[in-house]
Design a protein around this ligand. Structure first.
Ligand code: SF4
Length: 329
């Protein structure tokens, strides 16, 4: 049997996941049919910006794994692990830091932007750790020698950084250890926030996978609709309405009819939101059920992560042996 090629992806454990994340997780699950897939909670990355607020870190790591499993990752088909459980990531990060010109880190497009964005909130994240964040990410990725990483367009510079670093390492030590990972672009259609802006924790415009039916109802009730529509009989403009956009994701078959009725002014926004609430709750029910299973069986969860850690550590140890050999350490 031919060995599957490897793929790696991670997420910062910063709280419960939302409907937008579910689409990414479903995509990861698809990829795990093709690749040997590693998924990790990037807890050290979370600390680069939340160094002053780590109280929930352990809970968040646990919650994100529950969300992943509830939303579609099959532990039989992928490896789930915590970054900080595999100490080799820290070693590779340190060794890479010896060969990485400072200018490479300073020119990463997101660096200055994020430092400025946090400064506006009164927080200084211009630390040694945050500057080295793309390097830690490169160590995370190259450690598993994957052929690809699933990314959005905005993360492309990080993958390019990784490829450049692999080339520099090979050139300096005259070895070929790391395949240059290719970006794996998804065709996932992006779900907007409940206010029709980009879905974001900072805008508080999302529905969590773990929200109860009642909370979903409240959030859908608060969704942004066509502001020009005052009475039910006013002709609507569904293209500016977040509820309408969500029908396209969770009530596809009825979306066209809703559009026609909205334009004609023959459906009220309340009725339209009620239909959407029902559809989202039907969609979330199996996810809630799985969540309840893992919450009630913590030993199963621990076992999944233990197995994932074992698989990750095995590859990480192999990589580090090659790296130490190459550097004559
Ligand atoms: S009827 Fe539905 S699609 Fe039309 S504005 Fe109201 S909520 Fe939006």
């Amino acid at each position: 049997m031919t060995q599957k090629q490897r793929m790696l992806s991670g997420m910062r454990p910063t709280g419960r996941l939302h409907l937008g994340h579910q689409r990414v997780i479903a995509y990861w699950a698809e990829l795990s049919e093709i690749y040997e897939s590693f998924h990790f909670t990037a807890d050290w990355h979370a600390i680069t910006t939340q160094f002053d607020d780590t109280g929930n870190l352990r809970d968040n790591k646990r919650e994100i794994v529950i969300d992943w499993l509830s939303a579609g990752l099959d532990p039989e088909k992928c490896h789930i692990f915590h970054q900080s459980d595999i100490k080799e990531h820290a070693e590779l990060h340190l060794l890479f830091s010896m060969i990485t010109p400072l200018s490479w880190l300073e020119r990463v497009p997101t660096y200055k932007g994020q430092v400025a964005a946090f400064a506006e909130t009164g927080k200084d994240i211009a630390t040694y750790g945050f500057l080295g964040y793309p390097l830690l990410m490169a160590a995370d990725i190259l450690m598993y020698r994957p052929v690809g990483v699933p990314v959005g367009q905005d993360q492309l510079p990080h993958v390019e950084f990784c490829r450049e670093l692999a080339r520099r390492f090979h050139h300096l030590y005259n070895v070929e250890i790391f395949p240059e990972p290719a970006p794996i672009f998804s065709q996932i259609e992006i779900l907007p926030g409940t206010d029709n802006r980009k879905m974001s924790k900072s805008y508080n415009n999302y529905i969590n996978l773990s929200d109860s039916a009642e909370v979903v109802k409240e959030k859908v009730w608060g969704m942004v609709t066509d502001p020009a529509r005052i009475r039910k009989t006013d002709p609507g403009h569904p293209e500016v309405c977040a509820v309408y956009a969500y029908h396209g994701f969770y009530n596809k078959d009825a979306q066209q009819q809703i559009c026609a009725n909205c334009i004609k002014g023959s459906i009220g926004c309340g009725e339209c939101k009620k239909m959407l609430t029902d559809r989202i709750n039907v969609f979330l029910d199996p996810i809630r059920e799985k969540r309840a299973y893992y919450e009630n069986n913590p030993e199963v969860l621990d076992e999944i992560v233990d197995e994932g850690n074992k698989a990750a550590r095995k590859v990480a140890c192999e990589t580090m042996e090659m790296v130490r050999d190459a550097m004559k350490i």
